[in-house]
Design a protein around this ligand. Structure first.
Ligand code: ARG
Length: 468
């Protein structure tokens, strides 16, 4: 390989030999950062207009730059842009093309900035747009979940602890529990967006610049709330990417828990729900199979998202201020996290409204597991027994039920009176599943009226978000 000086490099001035070909590939990021091209152009436009406003560029130079960048965007959109690894990254590819197109004005664009503040700006812009699309899908999933919940405020299913039948709940209550998790995720996403939305542009390489730049001008033009405070921090900070990945890890954990339930519920053993065929696949060998692939894959994808969070934390942990090339490693984990979260939410937002609960099967399952045993204990407490004694009495009744294969509500009054003589006919009101759920009639409880109200509140929370 020729070691002669390479004149194509934008930083080649102080170098006497060409970059090693392998090193060139090893250090290049254009293979993955080209996806920030639109943000890079947007940032350059804002920077150029600001330079014009402080008289660093002439009107003609700005006009050339605007025309050249528009042309470049067009070439990229049409797939005609020649990306080159020799130009290392998205920033230098675009700048070199601009100079090729418009000549000397192109070389002036980089006045008063550095790739360090440029890349920091691009990632923030890119992630902000991604957050907005993800927020849209998350909202769509919440709407579907809340609608399904509102349609099932009286559909009774067993509630579980330790995956053992515990007490009956309504299906809508379970779905609204999912929504609570998602609502917190939404809040975390918005917190991340708020902290992200500041402009690092103008920090230049690390210390600021000697030109009379107007950082508030570029910040406003790019839709940032304000410029960042400190130039060293501006070029080195990747907290926003870590925060996003932390949001993502927790969201994916929630989707994974939901997936686990969908997988269980759609099994022949539970048989609580039917997942629509279009979200499942068959087996190439077992003709009877309908596999819940979408929930399974989402559950599986938590692994990579958790991994990306750890990757970014580890990437940052030993970096001295300010910018280090290490930071180039931030993009692939971040981009993959964005893609994974968006696709998982999209799949879920499409799938959840199409879930068909099997009300009779759920009801029967709730009846089978002595799920109203606590209700009987509470009944005995109302008759005057201390709770611990009531617990003991009901335990004996359940043991008898297991022995003879009968639910508490299937036993005769006389049988029940063998365990506590004070029991009266009205006990059957609390032993029914309907009686059991209706009795839990307080904020946060599973009574159908409460669940109806909770669904209304959840819906208005989500709607208020869209109005704002
Ligand atoms: N490709 C680089 C990155 O992703 C851009 C910034 C390069 N800056 C530098 N001083 N080498 O971080």
């Amino acid at each position: 390989m020729s070691k002669e000086k390479d004149t194509s490099k934008l930083w080649g001035g102080r170098f006497n030999e060409a970059t090693d070909a392998f090193v060139q590939r090893f250090t290049a990021s254009v293979g993955f950062d080209l996806r920030m091209a639109a943000q890079d152009i947007e940032g350059s436009l804002a920077h150029a207009r600001m330079l014009r406003s402080v008289d660093v560029l002439t009107p003609a130079e700005l006009e050339d730059i605007e025309g050249g960048l528009a042309q470049i965007q067009k070439e990229i959109d049409e797939g005609n842009f020649q990306w080159s690894i020799e130009l290392e990254d998205v920033h230098m590819n675009i700048e070199a093309r601009l100079t090729a197109l418009i000549g000397v004005a192109g070389k002036k664009l980089h006045t008063g900035r550095s790739r360090n503040d440029q890349v920091a700006t691009d990632i923030r812009l890119y992630l902000r747009a991604a957050i907005d699309s993800i927020a849209g899908e998350l909202t769509r999933l919440q709407q579907g979940t809340i609608d399904l919940a509102a349609a099932h405020t009286t559909t009774i299913m067993p509630g579980f602890t330790h995956l053992q039948t515990a007490q009956p709940v309504v299906f809508g209550h379970h779905l609204l529990a999912w929504n609570e998790m998602l609502e917190r995720d939404y809040g975390r996403l918005m917190d991340c967006r708020a902290r992200l939305n500041q402009s690092p542009l103008g920090a230049a390489a690390l210390a600021g610049t000697t030109y009379p730049i107007d950082r508030a001008h570029t910040a406003a033009a790019l839709g940032f709330d304000k410029p960042t405070e400190n130039s060293l921090d501006s070029v080195s900070d990747r907290d926003f990417a870590i925060e996003f990945c932390a949001f993502a890890a927790l969201l994916m954990t929630h989707l994974s828990r939901m997936s686990e339930e969908l997988v269980l519920w759609s099994s022949a053993q539970f048989n609580f729900i039917e997942l629509p065929d279009r979200f499942c696949t068959g087996s190439s060998i077992m003709p009877q199979k309908k596999n819940p692939d979408v929930p399974e894959l989402v559950r599986g994808k938590v692994g990579r998202v958790n991994g990306h969070l750890i990757a970014l934390l580890t990437l940052m942990k030993s970096q001295p201020l300010a910018y280090n090339k290490d930071n180039q490693e931030d993009k692939e984990p971040l981009f993959d996290t964005i893609d994974t979260v968006f696709d998982s939410l999209r799949a879920y937002a499409d799938m959840v409204p199409a879930i068909k609960p099997k009300a009779e099967v759920m009801h029967e399952a709730a009846r089978r597991g002595f799920s109203t045993a606590t209700d009987l204990a509470d009944y005995l407490v109302r008759l005057g027994l201390p709770f611990r004694d009531a617990h003991e009495v009901v335990g004996k009744a359940v043991a008898h039920g297991i022995e003879c294969g009968k639910d508490l509500s299937d036993m005769t009054l006389t049988t029940l009176q063998n365990f506590c003589a004070d029991i009266r006919e009205d006990v059957f009101e609390v032993l029914t599943l309907e009686g059991s759920v209706t009795a839990r009639n307080h904020l946060g409880g599973t009574a159908p009226d409460q669940v109806t109200e909770a669904a209304l509140r959840a819906r208005s929370t989500v709607q208020a978000r869209q109005a704002s």
